[in-house]
Design a protein around this ligand. Structure first.
Ligand SMILES: [Zn+2]
Length: 437
């Protein structure tokens, strides 16, 4: 049993529905067997647990582990290619890199870099867009299991429009996905996600195969892309003349019956938002990627008004790195620039989007997303280096909300000092404790 003594902030209650930031300057959090068993003012907690070891984290800020709801594992080495819209960026940058993961050694190296990137950014839970190669997905699950990360991922499937090396058949898509799910769904903290790349590259038979994998894998998630870019939306409409819209390409096959997360949705119709709300399908908002590719300004206000769950994703390849703080800040910027459909974001709402909203989207809200009693101790201690603007700001802010605003405005991987997942400290002083290959 350990008592963590810290300045703590989390968001157990939805701040878009009136919930407030929960913050304490001197909180005691009792962790036993990886689970939070009690919390409260430190002195009271200390008196109730006199024999417990105390870890003093008051030189930092303790928040829940961050949740990334859309991040591409094979694109780590493709981050930072600026200047292209989506379809050109895929052709020239992302897809050639993704082809390289056919080589198992290459995939293992990328998997190690990817998981290291997540941990170093304070991300403890992620819905990961996998690879088109089953051996590469095995490499990801192997590495995430080794580190203990909460990863939900799967085989990415496509049968048209992409380089030949990335194409499959409906039969192979089914067989390989079911094999991966049998090996990894529920193994450690891994779970399986059925993952057609997007309707543009997945024919109706491949989407049907995806539906069959979902049926064969109880508890599996579904994830893909939707309405990212106007040119993409036009192509999808031409490929699916019988569908009412892009969302319908997934929905009419029952793919949104499972817990589903669709990335981007920058250009939805009102009818699509109504369907997503009805199915409780969450949208992974990836603001850095939307900005870098010029995809558009995400209509958060329309999503909220329609009742569509929204969380944050880094996207990684088309984004600008792993940091969910940066995604929160970029989301804030974009809503400031979007006058009609925008929604001004408070620091508390940014923390919600970065933590508990993601846990809800992934169906892990009973386990992670905040630091309440009964939850797993997935936590990040931010300890900005002395003299940095964040260090100065945190020492001189007037309120917890102001401090949290500075975390999102100024925070980066360099400030993520310690990370715990299920009570196991995976990052200590900025260094990953499990050995990298
Ligand atoms: Zn993506």
């Amino acid at each position: 049993m350990t008592v963590y003594r810290a300045r703590v902030m989390d968001t157990p209650d939805d701040p878009f529905a009136g919930g407030a930031l929960r913050a304490s300057d001197d909180e005691g959090i009792v962790v036993d067997g990886g689970v939070i068993t009690a919390r409260g003012p430190f002195e009271a907690i200390r008196a109730e647990h006199p024999g417990a070891a105390v870890v003093d984290l008051r030189d930092g800020v303790l928040i829940p582990g961050l949740v990334d709801t859309h991040v591409h594992y094979p694109q780590v080495r493709a981050i930072g290619a600026l200047g292209m819209p989506l379809l050109e960026w895929l052709e020239r940058c992302a897809l050639p890199e993704e082809c390289k993961l056919a080589a198992p050694d290459y995939a293992r190296a990328v998997a190690a870099e990817f998981c290291h990137g997540l941990v170093s950014a304070g991300t403890t839970t992620a819905l990961v867009f996998g690879s088109h190669f089953a051996t590469a997905v095995d490499a990801l699950f192997t590495e995430s299991a080794r580190l203990g990360l909460r990863v939900t991922s799967g085989l990415v499937v496509s049968d048209r429009e992409l380089p030949d090396d990335l194409l499959t058949t409906p039969e192979r898509a089914y067989d390989e996905a079911v094999g991966l799910a049998e090996r990894w769904h529920g193994t450690g903290r891994n779970r399986y996600a059925v993952t057609p790349r997007f309707s543009l590259s997945a024919s109706e038979p491949v989407l049907d195969a995806c539906a069959a994998v979902l049926d064969a894998t109880p508890g599996a998630l579904f994830t893909s892309h939707v309405n990212e870019n106007l040119a993409e939306v036009d192509v999808v409409a031409s490929l699916f003349p019988d569908c009412t819209d892009y969302v319908d390409t997934y929905d009419r096959r029952g793919l949104l019956k499972a817990r589903a997360v669709l990335a981007h949705n920058v250009h939805p119709t009102d009818a699509e938002l109504a369907v997503l709300a009805d199915r409780r399908t969450a949208v992974a908002h990836c603001p850095s990627s939307n900005s870098a590719l010029g995809s558009g300004l995400f209509p958060l206000g329309r999503h909220l008004a329609a009742g569509v769950p929204v969380a944050l994703g880094s996207d990684v390849g088309a984004g600008t790195g792993f940091s969910i703080f940066k995604e929160g800040l970029q989301a804030y910027f974009m809503q400031r620039l979007l006058h009609d459909d925008g929604h001004p974001l408070s620091p508390t709402q940014l923390l919600w989007l970065a933590t508990r909203a993601g846990a809800l989207a992934l169906g892990l809200d009973d386990e992670v997303g905040d630091l309440s009693v009964g939850k797993q101790f997935d936590a990040v201690c931010l300890r900005p280096p002395a003299g940095t603007a964040l260090n100065v700001g945190l020492r001189h802010c007037a309120s917890d909300e102001e401090a949290l605003g500075k975390v999102f405005a100024l925070g980066s991987d360099a400030d993520v000092a310690d990370v715990w997942i299920g009570g196991w400290q995976l990052l200590s002083g900025g260094f990953v404790r499990a050995p990298l290959r």
